[in-house]
Design a protein around this ligand. Sequence first.
Ligand SMILES: [Zn+2]
Ligand SMILES: [Zn+2]
Length: 330
Amino acid sequence: MKAINFPKKDAVEVATLANPTAGVGEVVVRVRASGLCHTDLDVMHANYGTSAYPVVPGHEYAGVVAEVGSGVTGVSVGDRVVVDPNLECGVCPACKRGWAHLCEHLGAYGVTVNGGFAELSVVRADRIHPIGAMSFPIAALAEPMGCVLNGLSPVEGRIVDRAAIFGAGPMGLLMGLALKARGVDEVAMIELDTERLALAEAHGLAGLAAGSTELEAGRHSFDLAVDATGVPAVAAGLVDYVANGGTASFFGVCPQDARIEISPFEIFRRQLSLVGTHSLNHNIPAALAVLEAIGPSVEDVITHQLSLEEVAEVMGGHKPAGSLKIQMVL
Ligand SMILES: [Zn+2]
Ligand SMILES: [Zn+2]
């Protein structure tokens, strides 16, 4: 089969690999859509230190079951499915609490074992979820949407009338759409890029230009303010936009060595919650339900549907201009 392969640190190639076969408890998925994520580039550049080369990247993918291993029940060849990429150890203290996403030995398809940028991918049968009639590209958004829903878990049960999301990239947009689908009246997307602002507005979100007077007027007014940029300067200003009693969420991935200044007195006096979330925790079915609720227009988040070779080129450093989510579609 054809696959994108990271043979070693900082290297990407299109390779021909042996077709994987389904062992006990496994299935082979014929990949139909596979999303590119910043994590793939982190894997390529060994930024997490957990990468095991050679490895086929890709952890956001959907397809059709092509082979069913022994001991697998309730799955048939031809089933349309999406993959939950996380592979937790199951025995560490976090796993015992049901926090797979905080597992001390967390692995994942496309990170520590071969993933979805290939024609075929062998996965554990308990890591696939049926997608019904949903399109493969939308179903391949279930993993990022799972991260978004985990990102919203700290405000579950809390009042959120107004939310501000800094950064209208694919993750920021998915979070804005998820909040809207959950009935939050006012979701403001803050962004420099005018095309991204226009897209947010076309989807019923309020676009606010970064640095605008409208945004300045919004200081101390949002029940939830989210950094979805991963830019330390944006994260540093986040608390300023949170209303008394509200939540600042550090959702974007800042560089590991970045530092910001925070006033403990302000956190105390304005009763603020500062939260972070990591990955997703077996919430793919909930993510699929939210994608269904948003409807087919969520596909606007996907700006590029490329061949396997073209995705390899993008990973090599040729990112197309104006891109949001880039997917390999086979
Ligand atoms: Zn991802
Ligand atoms: Zn664990």
